[in-house]
Design a protein around this ligand. Structure first.
Ligand SMILES: NC(=O)c1ccc[n+]([C@@H]2O[C@H](COP(=O)([O-])OP(=O)(O)OC[C@H]3O[C@@H](n4cnc5c(N)ncnc54)[C@H](OP(=O)(O)O)[C@@H]3O)[C@@H](O)[C@H]2O)c1
Length: 244
């Protein structure tokens, strides 16, 4: 079994470490890549081919883990050479997944929920060929959602709908608590029902949201556009909050 990587960042490096089996060989290429990526490749036990086209042709499973922006281009360039499964793990919208599905034959829609370097990363997959990836459960928790490419992307977007709207509400409640000088107590009483880690998680969520409010707003706009037939009062309010 040959697993090929297009993109050799945090996700690919972690998968390479997790999928430790004598039956699996890993391949990638340095074609056009930065010095940082080339150095990470040199530090790992992975075969390096001259081009990504060769990687695509030779792989039984081709994994695209590059960036949301380059995912469609990578799929368009190399997807057609993939004889085996093309697993897209980029953080892309259902519309983009749909676009990729038009040019890539054996596409599996994939998402890593949470951070790849968390204690228990979970990989969700959907698509007709998803069953063929369930053997990876030996190395990382893999959950198949359905045979429909796009279902995982929709679930990922639903998760964002919830977490990003909640972050906006959290920011608002925290701001109010500060005007009364009750911010510590605010977290204390919520921790009673939400768990001991609530304060730490909330503060990290608030700073994360404020530090990347432009990107979060763009993601909320994408959500509003994609779910335009649904009732989206809360998401629209969250977008307004973040825009202020
Ligand atoms: N990190 C996570 O926990 C996590 C969780 C869920 C989803 N994701 C998604 O998974 C994807 C990869 O994430 P990451 O954290 O591994 O990213 P990363 O650490 O930034 O690495 C990205 C890798 O992709 C390469 N790359 C970029 N454009 C490329 C192209 N056109 N052709 C070939 N290689 C290209 C980069 O090479 P250069 O250095 O040459 O640019 C780099 O090696 C992203 O779409 C991200 O949204 C990540």
């Amino acid at each position: 079994m040959i697993i090929g990587f297009i993109g050799f960042g945090k996700v690919s490096r972690t998968l390479l470490k997790l999928i430790s089996s004598k039956d699996v060989k890993f391949i990638t290429s340095m074609e056009g890549r930065s010095a940082e990526t080339q150095n990470s490749i040199k530090n790992e036990n992975i075969e390096v081919l001259d081009t990504f086209k060769q990687v695509a042709i030779k792989s039984d499973i081709l994994i695209s883990a590059t960036s949301p922006k380059s995912a469609p281009d990578v799929a368009l360039k190399y997807g057609r050479y993939a004889q085996g499964i093309y697993l897209d793990l980029n953080n892309i919208s259902p519309d983009t997944t749909d676009e990729i599905g038009k040019t890539v034959k054996n596409l599996v829609d994939g998402a890593i929920i949470g951070k790849i370097d968390s204690d228990n990363p979970v990989m969700y997959i959907s698509g007709k060929k998803a069953d063929e990836l369930l053997f990876l459960n030996e190395f990382i928790t893999v959950k198949k959602i359905s045979d429909n490419v796009g279902d995982v992307s929709i679930l990922k977007m639903l998760r964002s709908t919830y977490t990003k709207s909640l972050s906006a509400l959290l920011i608002e409640s925290f701001e109010i608590s500060k005007t009364y000088g009750l911010e510590d107590e605010f977290f204390d009483i919520l921790a009673l029902t939400e768990g001991d880690e609530f304060r730490q998680k909330s503060l990290s969520r608030i700073s994360n949201t404020l530090n990347s409010s432009k990107r979060k707003s763009e993601e909320l706009e994408e959500i509003i556009e994609f779910f335009n037939k649904n009732d989206l009062v809360m998401v629209k309010a969250a977008l307004e909050k973040l825009s202020r």
